[in-house]
Write a protein that binds this ligand. Structure first.
Ligand SMILES: Nc1ncnc2c1ncn2[C@@H]1O[C@H](COP(=O)(O)OP(=O)(O)O)[C@@H](O)[C@H]1O
Ligand SMILES: O=P(O)(O)OC[C@H](O)CO
Length: 495
């Protein structure tokens, strides 16, 4: 037994399974993309069966690649795309509809209606969130109202609601465990983050029967054991966290003031605010960073819906690149005299604008604009949006002069060009760690420390190592011009 931990990282575009050894090094990894369904403008769905299949395949492959037997695994950690809603039949385990993905905007009008009733304050006070289609609650309301018979069946306790973690645990344990963790619960619009409990008033407003909700646990806890038939042995599930919170843990942002930003499909910046539930005056979210031993640590979060997704659009939509890394090469050769801005509001704009009805726009094109300028604009959009988030965070959070450097991770940060441009546009240093699988590492730590085979928090934090620090190198005048151009582009995109 080598203290092996299996981390399942169920993301928006792909599922990953990673076996870490007792030294917290990757021993085996597998990844599988699955289909994105876009049934209407602004709608995004996943087939939960495809998600499940991708998880089963990648887990088996990661174990095979690690050259270990399932009985060598001391515990499983699960981290997942957050907010995405699955509803399934308690008896058969079959989903009643495709999963409605966090990016989906179909409940935009319903959110407006609730806002007009003056309910946003109630939701924000209790959940730290805003009335935006991004969060699970209105998506769940949509499913209950639009799938025939669902509302009545849910009230009778025949249906289960879960974010992806809950669905996977249910399946892995053969329907024996119906649970989630505090971080995932904190993204649903149904969970009171001060009381740490599902909130009856909010359930009532969104017409969600309590009977369909999972039990909420700490992030490191006993979430159940896998069905023996699945891996030939029962493995305990010991850690669960939403992927952005898992990345915060994997980046060892355990102290108030520490900050990470993850660049996957979207981009999410989380600032640890400790025991303080900081209320944003700048339309950021207050959310649970992690709950350990019954103690809640809070975070301020800025959420950007499109980061790597813009790169995927260049690849799959416009077909101007063959693979994601081409963007960096193209951007490097882009014409510096062309000021081209892409506001990638494909599914509305998130923080700090929260405009679900905005749609993407490109500004400043000339007859000479080509793939290189598009690539640069897509990568720069991520940097500008990060700057907008960090400016909002600085207004909300007094750092007392103890600035910590932004730690970055996620699929996009392998791009040196993007990280340099990020540092240039932020006018601040950016640290990239040696282990880029920080999301999986974070949840592996939750499971590994719970299993007693991985170090405690302080020692784990010391093992964080920097691969490279990017320092700002852009002159002030250029930065100012570019920021002004970006702000103008956003202004013209907002509805
Ligand atoms: N070299 C690169 N340059 C720019 N973007 C990249 C690069 N490599 C990967 N990406 C982008 O990163 C994203 C994948 O990151 P990942 O963390 O796996 O996302 P998720 O967990 O949301 O599925 C994709 O959108 C991809 O286009
Ligand atoms: O799949 P990711 O890594 O882009 O993360 C999705 C977020 O959890 C959505 O809130």
């Amino acid at each position: 037994m080598g203290g092996y931990i299996l981390a399942i990282d169920q993301g928006t575009t792909s599922s990953r399974a990673i076996v870490f050894d007792g030294k917290q090094q990757v021993a085996g990894l597998d990844q599988k993309e699955f289909r994105q369904h876009f049934p209407k403008s602004g709608w995004v769905e996943h087939d939960p069966e495809e998600i499940w299949d991708s998880v089963v395949v990648t887990v088996n492959e990661a174990i095979r690649k690690a050259g270990i037997s399932p009985s060598d695994i001391a515990g499983i950690g699960i981290t997942n795309q957050r907010e995405t809603v699955v509803v399934w039949d308690r008896e058969t385990g079959k989903p009643i509809h495709n999963a409605i993905v966090w990016q989906d905007r179909r409940t935009s009008a319903y959110c407006d209606k609730l806002k007009k009733q003056g309910l946003e304050k109630t939701f924000t006070k209790k959940t730290g969130l805003l009335l935006d289609p991004y969060f699970s609650g209105t998506k769940l309301n949509w499913l209950l109202s639009n799938v025939k018979g669902a509302q009545a069946r849910a009230a009778k306790g025949e249906l289960c609601f879960g974010t992806i973690d809950t669905f996977l645990i249910w399946r892995l344990t053969g329907g024996k465990s119906f649970v989630t963790d505090a971080t995932n619960a904190s993204r649903t619009l149904l969970y009171n983050i001060a009381d740490n409990a599902w909130d009856d008033e909010l359930l009532d407003i969104l017409r969600v029967p309590r009977a369909m909700l999972p039990e909420v646990k700490d992030c490191a806890a006993d979430f159940g054991v896998t069905d023996k038939e699945r891996f030939g042995t029962a493995i305990p599930i010991l850690g669960v966290a939403g992927d952005q919170q898992a990345a915060t843990i994997g980046q060892a942002c355990f102290k108030p003031g520490m900050l990470k930003s993850t660049y996957g499909t979207g981009c999410f910046a989380l600032l640890n605010t400790g025991k303080d539930m900081v209320r944003s005056k700048n339309r950021l979210l207050t959310t649970i960073a992690y709950r350990l031993d019954g103690e809640t640590t809070y975070a301020l979060e800025g959420s950007i819906f499109v980061a790597g997704a813009a790169v995927q659009w260049l690849r799959d939509g416009l077909k101007v690149i063959k693979a994601a890394p081409d963007t960096g090469t193209l951007a490097e050769g882009a014409d510096p005299s062309q000021e081209v801005y892409l506001v990638p509001a494909f599914t509305g704009l998130g923080a700090p604008h929260w405009d679900p009805d905005a749609r993407g726009a490109i500004f400043g094109m000339t007859r000479n604009t080509g793939p290189a300028e598009f690539a640069r604009a897509a990568l720069e959009a991520v940097c500008y949006q990060t700057r907008d988030l960090l400016e909002a965070m600085h207004k909300d959070w007094r750092s007392n002069g103890k600035e910590t450097v932004l730690r970055v991770d996620g699929g996009m940060v392998v791009s040196d060009w993007t990280m340099q441009r990020l540092s240039d546009l932020l006018d601040a240093p950016v640290d990239r760690p040696t282990i880029l699988e920080t999301t999986a590492l974070g949840v592996a730590w939750l499971a590994g420390s719970r299993a007693g085979v991985w170090p405690k928090q302080e020692e784990f934090a010391k093992s964080w190592a920097r691969d490279r620090r990017f320092e700002p190198a852009m002159d002030e005048a250029t930065r100012k011009t570019k920021l002004k151009g970006w702000r103008n582009a956003v202004k013209r995109t907002l509805t």
